[in-house]
Design a protein around this ligand. Structure first.
Ligand code: URA
Length: 207
């Protein structure tokens, strides 16, 4: 299942990020802002617990989200651009990292790093990567997480290609996808068109 977050603020900010004259600092800041808005959607059905507290007038039991039960998993390196904003919203969340690079010849993902919090199977896991292009890296990341025991999984990106959505859904039909837009297609190098270029390079100024 795919959810396209069509909120006007998300769409406006995404256009700003697509614009090639947007510099690295503004790109990074806008990604952080969009991550708040996407996170709002992705987290809207999380289980709420309760907490007993005292207001200035009375004692009572009120809704409470146990942040430590949530785990954000960033697919390095561009995932970190989305992760920062998510952590601002849920500072207690646990964080995992998966290092995958794309072999430019085969477009296949190669794993170089995996670090996850313990008891991953008991957490709500939200995997973040700005670009769902071929779907190979994200699908591989989800496979790694399932092997590690993760059960409640969601995938959040900024931009997707139809090819990536199909590949991801074929590999992981049980994992919902959240994105701001699905663009037209991939080019021969596996970049999304019209897209926004290389998200990692634009976040970190490495182009
Ligand atoms: N990764 C990116 O950063 N950009 C694309 O267009 C595709 C994959």
């Amino acid at each position: 299942m795919i959810t396209i977050v069509s909120h006007p603020l998300v769409q406006h900010k995404l256009t700003l990020m697509r614009e090639k004259s947007t510099d690295n600092a503004l790109f990074r800041e806008t990604l952080r802002e969009i991550s708040f808005l996407l996170a709002y959607e992705v987290t809207k059905d999380l289980d709420l617990g309760t907490r007993e507290i005292e207001t200035p007038l009375e004692r009572g039991t009120f809704p409470w989200l146990e942040g430590r039960r949530i785990c954000f998993v960033s697919i390095l390196r561009a995932g970190n651009g989305l992760l920062e904003g998510m952590l601002d919203l849920v500072p207690d969340a646990r964080v995992g990292h998966i290092g995958l690079y794309r072999d430019h010849a085969t477009l296949q993902p190669v794993q170089y790093y995996l670090k996850l919090p313990e008891a991953i199977g008991e957490r709500d896991v939200i995997v973040v990567d700005p670009m769902l292009a071929t779907g190979n890296s994200s699908a591989a990341a989800l496979t790694m997480l399932k092997k590690a025991g993760a059960r409640r999984l969601k995938f959040m990106c900024l931009l997707a290609a139809p090819e990536g959505v199909s590949a991801f859904e074929k590999a992981h039909p049980d994992v919902p996808i959240f994105t701001a837009a699905v663009d037209r297609q991939l080019n021969e190098q596996g970049y999304i068109l019209p897209g926004l270029g290389d998200a990692g390079d634009r976040i970190y100024g490495t182009a």
